[in-house]
Design a protein around this ligand. Structure first.
Ligand code: F6P
Length: 320
């Protein structure tokens, strides 16, 4: 393979730039050339091609977001949209495409392969870390650390004013960020969509803790479990304690990637380019412990990633 394309798609994630850099430089190392498209699948359809050489991906490793921009394309979800996209890829004489993104973006890649026989390679890029076939997706570590910094800051003021704080973190379908940041931040309760919880029990626990002299608490809630404002109102009503809410929102998605995310992105980006150029297709690269792996996209996308029960248990024990 002598010519490949690359896009970033879906929600941006810190480390995507490092992954683009790795795809480009690894491909060049193999004697191949790379064309990027801005705005993900939408940009392929609209032919927003951008030749990428070694120089054009210089100076981006430390930058959050993605130099290729990103989008969630509605047009690509239609058969006609995908047909147009493949037409553009073929017009540029591209022999394969690296897709850096989350679940929906990887599904798009698989559709290109299944419907048109177009060679694709997926790289997991999402702060949510909800993708099977890899222990970590690019951006998760940075997002968790961003949330953690906010939790640590809030704990100082929560302690001083003896208040309850409800902090809402990202995760519409899952609680990976909430659990990780909640554990690291010593949260008194972590509410995630995967696990049923009783707010009344949490209120009772807080009242008991207050008798023991503990007068401030941090509750982490994943956006898919409940809204921070509703939890805060419930707590105030049922405990009489003063509570405040904080929605962290998109600040978790921005910022310079951590060393962990940069190195992960470099390893996964380079592996993806190398495997695609070597003729592998319809796979997603990932990490299993310290080892690099690559799994069929069909397996990755049909397997649900579960919350680690050991971490859940630990969160419960630590909150006592
Ligand atoms: O998938 C990444 C993510 O940040 C989720 O955690 C969040 O629910 C969603 O994207 C937010 O999407 P948008 O940026 O479109 O509001």
């Amino acid at each position: 393979m002598k010519r490949i394309g690359v896009i970033t798609s879906g929600g941006d994630a810190p480390g995507m730039n490092a992954a683009i850099r790795a795809v480009v430089r690894a491909a060049i190392g193999r004697g191949a050339s790379v064309v990027g498209f801005t705005h993900g699948y939408e940009g392929i359809i609209d032919d927003e091609a951008m030749p990428l050489d070694s120089i054009s991906v210089g100076g981006i490793i430390s930058r959050g977001g993605t130099m290729l921009r990103s989008a969630r394309s509605k047009t690509f979800m239609t058969e006609d949209g995908r047909d147009r996209a493949v037409g553009v890829l073929r017009k540029h004489e591209l022999e394969g495409l690296v897709v850096i993104g989350g679940d929906g973006s990887l599904r798009g890649a698989l559709a290109l392969h299944d419907e048109f026989g177009f060679p694709v390679m997926g790289v997991p890029g999402s702060i949510d870390n909800d993708i099977s076939g890899t222990d970590f997706s690019i951006g998760f570590d940075t997002a968790v650390n961003a949330a953690l910094e906010a939790i640590d800051r809030v704990r100082d003021t929560a302690y001083s004013h003896e208040r309850i704080f409800v902090i809402e973190v990202m995760g519409r379908q899952n609680g990976f960020i909430a659990l990780e940041a909640g554990l690291a931040g010593g949260a008194e309760a972590i509410l995630i969509p995967e696990v049923p919880y009783s707010l009344m029990e949490i209120c009772t626990d807080m009242k008991r803790a207050a008798v023991r002299g503990k007068r401030s608490s941090i509750i982490i809630v994943a956006e898919g479990a409940a809204r921070a404002s509703d939890i805060k109102d419930f707590i105030e009503k049922n405990t009489g304690f003063e509570a405040r809410q904080l929605v962290l929102g998109h600040m978790q998605r921005g910022g310079s990637p951590t060393a962990f995310d940069r190195v992960l992105a470099l390893r996964l980006g380079a592996l993806a380019a190398n495997r695609l150029i070597s003729g592998y297709t319809a796979e997603m690269v990932g990490v299993d412990g310290v080892k690099l792996v690559s799994h069929p996209l069909s397996y990755v996308l049909s397997t649900e990633r579960a919350i680690d029960p050991e971490k859940l248990l630990l969160a419960g024990v630590m909150a006592q």
